[in-house]
Ligand binder design. Structure first.
Ligand code: NAI
Ligand code: 15L
Length: 270
């Protein structure tokens, strides 16, 4: 059965704003929540993910949750702990207690950010599989590994279905040369969310979330198996982006590691 009523956590954020605009066109009725007010949506719920009771109330009655809320960059361990770790626990406990069937979890490439670039990245025989070991590049990345682990537990123990999407870079256009490899266009993001909400036979399924980028090197097959057919390719921006930022160079974090500059961020600077 196709879910209709969907809770969007993190609705005020960048991805939330794209999805608020696109998902109603797929037939979904959205309930919005965020810590901060959502522009143009006075009915959005003001929910801190660290507030267990408020999270429980927010999920009551929906068919599915798209969980975008939380810190989306590196931060102090304590802040990551509250928003992303306890927040994910509160969300899954609420989902289990309220009998919500499916979650789409906004995981991140930074769960595996310390994966080195393979020698021939564009050789499509050596695409990085989703089964690659966890190699988080930040406490933020650790929190995404935790979220995926929690999703696995709740699938096996309670039958809660989750699609964890390790999003690459979801912005209107690729902002730098690395994003030519990692870009997820807003329109493909909506297509992927729709596929993740409707695919049959999901327990805990992990996929990479990117457009059909010529320069991509993460295995697109798991997302396609959900029914996702990406329509965009960052290559149309390549000339412009490279003229501004240059090609990626070996010996720089953007070239050497999947997670790029996140591998060099120091948490004590927050
Ligand atoms: P964002 O930072 O723009 O949005 C996150 C939203 O979560 C914000 O509106 C913020 O107010 C809210 N939030 C933060 N702490 C909260 C708390 N304690 N309780 C309730 N709400 C809270 O991030 P963006 O770019 O929209 O990303 C959405 C999700 O997708 C995040 O989980 C992020 O980690 C994930 N993601 C995004 C990528 C991207 O390229 N945009 C790439 C990989 C993952
Ligand atoms: C992420 O996980 C971040 O939330 C987003 O802001 C981008 O920086 C993205 O990864 C990326 O790797 O480009």
């Amino acid at each position: 059965t196709t879910p209709k009523h969907v809770l969007l956590t993190g609705a005020a954020g960048g991805v939330g704003t794209f999805l608020r605009e696109s998902l109603p066109g797929y037939g979904y009725t959205l309930r919005l929540s965020d810590l901060v007010p959502v522009d143009g949506a006075p009915d959005a719920l003001a929910v801190d993910l660290a507030d267990r009771a408020a999270v429980r109330e927010a999920v009551r009655g929906v068919d599915a949750v798209i969980h975008l809320g939380g810190l989306s960059l590196e931060n102090t361990f304590d802040n990551i702990l509250a928003a992303n770790v306890e927040g994910a626990y509160n969300l899954y406990e609420a989902v289990r207690a309220e009998g919500v069937r499916r979650v789409v979890f906004a995981s991140s490439n930074h769960a595996v950010g310390f994966t080195p670039r393979p020698e021939h990245p564009q050789d499509k025989k050596h695409l990085l599989p989703v089964e690659t070991p966890y190699r988080p590049d930040t406490f933020y990345g650790v929190s995404k590994c935790f979220g995926e682990a929690l999703a696995s537990l709740y699938a096996d123990k309670y039958g809660v279905e989750t699609v964890s999407i390790r999003i690459g870079s979801c912005f209107a256009v690729p902002r730098n040369t690395r994003m030519l490899e990692t870009w997820l266009s807003p329109a493909d993001c909506a297509r992927l969310m729709h596929a993740a909400l409707t695919a049959p036979d999901v327990r805990h399924t992990v996929v990479y979330g990117t457009s059909a980028n010529t320069r991509g090197w993460w295995d697109p097959a798991p997302a396609r198996a959900l029914g996702f057919e990406p329509q965009d390719d960052s290559e149309v921006y390549a000339a412009e982006v490279i003229a501004e930022h240059g090609e990626l160079l070996p010996g720089t974090p953007e070239y050497d590691w999947l997670g790029g500059a996140f591998t060099t961020v120091q948490p004590e600077s927050f």
